[in-house]
Ligand binder design. Structure first.
Ligand code: S3P
Length: 201
């Protein structure tokens, strides 16, 4: 595991859009993992990035739904969140064998620190960030996220984001998606991935 010595500002169009940790030792970076809260664009950006890199795209939520033979809302309803987190942990463990894959993860996955460590063993971990208000606008009307199916989803987003922020900040790279187009975000991530792979980080 590489030492992380300082944070470098990521800028685009004259403004800061995130940060990148400076990695001083070679890491095995064969995959790219996207972490971040629901609605930050992990799946959309992930597909685009996979296309640009000619990588396979994998979504941990989709893998879980296929294995469990039911949607995530039903896993939460029938089996509970604990069982869902166990599914997540198992899927993450298996990813260690992947190559050339863009991995989009469920928003709560990095809260289990073992998951983050495991991803960092083979992937550059990039966190996509957005404010609670932006997330709310992006997810409103969607009903496939059990944690937000409640009377005051914005309050729940604020609460969960506050708890999760320290975990998201452990990513190698953090990209703010506020006011950025999907392709701008994807290109920034691709750029960071190329830098990391060539050891220039
Ligand atoms: C969750 C996020 C969801 C999904 C599940 C739980 C979370 O994924 O894994 O509903 O805990 O934030 P997305 O982040 O892709 O919406």
């Amino acid at each position: 595991m590489a030492d992380e010595i300082q944070l470098q500002k990521l800028t685009a169009g004259g403004g800061q859009i995130g940060y990148s940790r400076v990695v001083v030792e070679a890491r095995r970076i064969e995959n790219l993992a996207l972490i971040g809260f629901m609605g930050t664009g992990k799946s959309s950006a992930g597909r685009l990035i996979a296309n640009v890199l000619h990588f396979t795209y994998l979504d941990t939520d989709q893998v879980i739904e296929v294995r469990a033979s039911k949607p995530i809302t039903e896993i939460f309803e029938q089996d509970g969140e604990r069982v869902f987190r166990e599914w997540e942990r198992k899927v993450v463990e298996e990813l260690i064998h992947r190559r050339k894959t863009v991995i989009s993860t469920g928003g709560g996955l990095p809260v289990n620190e073992a998951n983050l460590l495991s991803l960092k063993a083979h992937a550059l971990v990039v966190c996509l960030w957005a404010s609670p208000e932006t997330i709310f606008e992006r997810v409103r009307g969607h009903e496939h996220r059990p944690l937000l199916n409640q009377p005051d989803p914005l309050a729940k987003i604020r609460e969960l984001l506050a708890v999760r922020e320290p975990y998201y900040r452990k990513a190698d790279v953090l990209v703010n998606t506020e006011w950025r187009s999907l392709s701008e975000v994807a290109m920034q991530v691709v750029h960071q991935f190329h830098l990391a792979q060539s050891g220039h980080r």
